[in-house]
Design a binder for this molecule. Structure first.
Ligand code: NDP
Length: 265
């Protein structure tokens, strides 16, 4: 199947780990060139080396960039433009969840979570929009979360801000449609990414429990019908679809990647 991504350029924020890394690898397999960013330079360079080993260094750019830093995002865009001359797909993926309920979430926590969930979209979109408009098949894909629609009280600030982010994407989709730029989101349930492995390694699981058993327990606790966590590659497949002309008549919409956990009709 022709995804229409050959020789195109995809930018993936947070491409050094998990879902973003799998998305970058998927774009490269389709013949696209890829630019990734992250804050930790060592991790980013290791990821870029793995991607280049599979696809060739001529197709991979990696720039240290905190998506909350407007100047750094502009420098990232400038590097992509200088190296590849275009951007056809922007994946706003960088981020993480904040685990806290109402009692344990301070005003500063609320502000930080708002800043992350909104400006991790707004700043990259602002920077890359002219290139996306020039593309002729420009697409923005946001890695969102099922909790936007089904809030979890133990992720209170993340849930509320993910809902706001989804609302924002709908507005962007309407505003950019006349310019030929589509905006969609994938809503992730529980994916076995770097984030969850790091939670296991930091001791979140009961003492002595294996990672496999902890993940199996998480799937059971959340009543995931497919009975397991998703893989980063399964999330990346949905991102690839929404980022490519295969979904050319889809905008302002979402794909749930939740193993059946999203029970809304
Ligand atoms: P990972 O921790 O594996 O990857 C997160 C990536 O984002 C890393 O590359 C990280 O690099 C980067 N990152 C984080 N903050 C910033 C920042 N401010 N600026 C630039 N890069 C940043 O997590 P996942 O792959 O699981 O998560 C990807 C996205 O999916 C996130 O937005 C997450 O919230 C969302 N999601 C994931 C779920 C899951 O079950 N895995 C569920 C629902 C949503 P570095 O730290 O070096 O900056």
């Amino acid at each position: 199947m022709d995804t229409g991504l050959k020789d195109r350029v995809a930018v993936v924020t947070g491409g050094s780990s998990g879902i973003g890394f799998a998305a970058a690898a998927a774009f490269l397999r389709e013949g696209a060139r890829v630019a990734i960013c992250g804050r930790d330079g060592d991790r980013l360079q290791r990821a870029a080396a793995r991607l280049a080993a599979a696809a060739g260094s001529q197709s991979v750019e990696a720039v240290v960039c905190d998506v909350l830093d407007e100047a750094a995002v502009a420098a990232f865009r400038n590097r992509v433009e200088a190296r590849f001359g275009r951007c056809d797909a922007l994946v706003c993926n960088a981020g993480q969840a904040r685990r806290s309920d109402f009692k344990n979430t301070s005003d500063d926590d609320w502000r930080e979570e708002f800043e992350l969930k909104f400006f991790s979209v707004l700043r990259p979109v602002r920077a890359f929009l002219p290139l996306l408009e020039a593309s002729g098949q420009g697409a923005v894909v946001c890695t969102g979360a099922l909790i936007a629609r089904r809030p979890e009280p133990f992720l209170i600030a993340t849930s509320a801000n993910r809902a706001g982010q989804l609302n924002l994407c709908k507005s962007l989709a309407s505003e950019f449609a006349p310019k030929g730029v589509r905006v969609n989101s994938v809503l992730i349930g529980l994916v076995d990414s770097g984030q969850w492995s790091r939670r296991y390694e930091s001791g979140e699981a009961p003492a002595g429990m294996s990672k496999e058993d902890w993940f199996a327990g998480l799937a059971a606790d959340r009543a995931i019908p497919l009975g397991r966590l998703g893989t980063p590659e399964e999330a990346a497949n949905a991102i690839l679809f929404l980022a490519s002309p295969m979904s050319s008549y889809v905008t302002g919409d979402t794909i749930d990647v939740t193993g059946g956990q999203s029970r809304h009709v």
